[in-house]
Design a protein around this ligand. Sequence first.
Ligand code: MG
Length: 443
Amino acid sequence: MAAVTALPVSLSGRFKGSFAYFIIKDKLPRILTKAIDTLHRHKNEFFEEYGEKGVEAEKRAISLLSKLRNELQTDKPVTPLEDELPDAPLWNRYLDYQRNLSNGNGEPSWFQSPWLYVECYMYRRIHAAVAQNPPIDSFDVFKEGKAQNFFESQEAIIALCTYFQELLKNIKDLDEKQLREELFKLLQVSLWGNKCDLSFSAGEDTSQKASPLQSLENMIPYILVNDMEKIWSLLVSAKNRNIEKSKFRVDIILDNAGFELVCDLVLADFLVSTKLANEVHFHGKSIPWYVSDTTKHDFNWTIKQLQSGNHLWMSRCGINWEGNLKQGIWVYHDHMFWTLPHDFASMAEVAPDLYADLQKSDMLLFKGDLNYRKLTGDKKWECSVPFHQALNKFHPAPLCSLRTLKSDTQVGLQPGQGEQIQASDPEWMTSGKYGIVQFDAGL
Ligand code: MG
């Protein structure tokens, strides 16, 4: 076990040349500029829909976003939220906490604050800029990018839906070995679907072009932690205990809409169709978040798009999935906590209702990089520190992270494994090329 004497420091932009520095200085302003452009481009639409009031609201929202971009670029202090949105008091309490951490060195600025916190803060301010300006208050500045990713991944989506519908035809005849194999395939599809992330590419095209099932074999060496066997054990032992009598609930804490979401929905359908689980709960974001994260609107929109798609197997998926939601086999949730800056170790205290709900689950699947950062507190951990230790007492239920690496925090590797990859591929932690399927039983 790695010797760790104290909690390591949070990643922040204060170290020039660090990845966090690059993101805060370069990528976040680009995302803001795109959001401003998007509002500009919709000016006529706002006018047609709401008249002068719509255009005035657009102008006010743009001026708030420009002010925000200026604060960021000139490394001003992070200021308390001034809006009346329900989560503002929680945010401002967190801000006080950060200020106290800076030991009287004044107001912490964008670059002096933890990266995770200021990145979340930026998305929260983008939301406030629009949400405070009716009648355009429900406009999602990231909506177009998410839809574009979905449409540009069309062929991959068709390939996946076709594969899955063919699989469903014989699903009852599959023996345990085959079930295990198919589960592993769909877990990997869901894992690599996480490459489609628009916050990572600052909104540039990340759609999936090739069939997601084609190159799984070749990608196996890139899975740095592979706990699929543990997931299988948990699922199959419950099935063998006969879950008809006792429920087995899986929760998927979603990341991106577009192609990745379709991969997650296929995985969820597989779990219920094989009776490895009999309930799947999805957790999305209650506000537009990290450019491509799934909101309730994106979730429903995706299922509707699939339904009305011009491909038989694609629309079959959409129809089945709406049915699952109607019957309560699938449940969609969003909770404010997912768009707060807090790491998950503080969930029990900050959002006890959500923590209690997750405790009802039999397995939690956390998708993507941001969830991983929040699971591990976004610290500069040594790579060989055990996952369980980095979770810092967060274990409402057995959990698993399916994540492609896009930020420089990673735990649970074999001793020396991180150093070895570092030597051959210095960008391994942030390139999105590597992935993990990392399990914690919570014991
Ligand atoms: Mg995301």
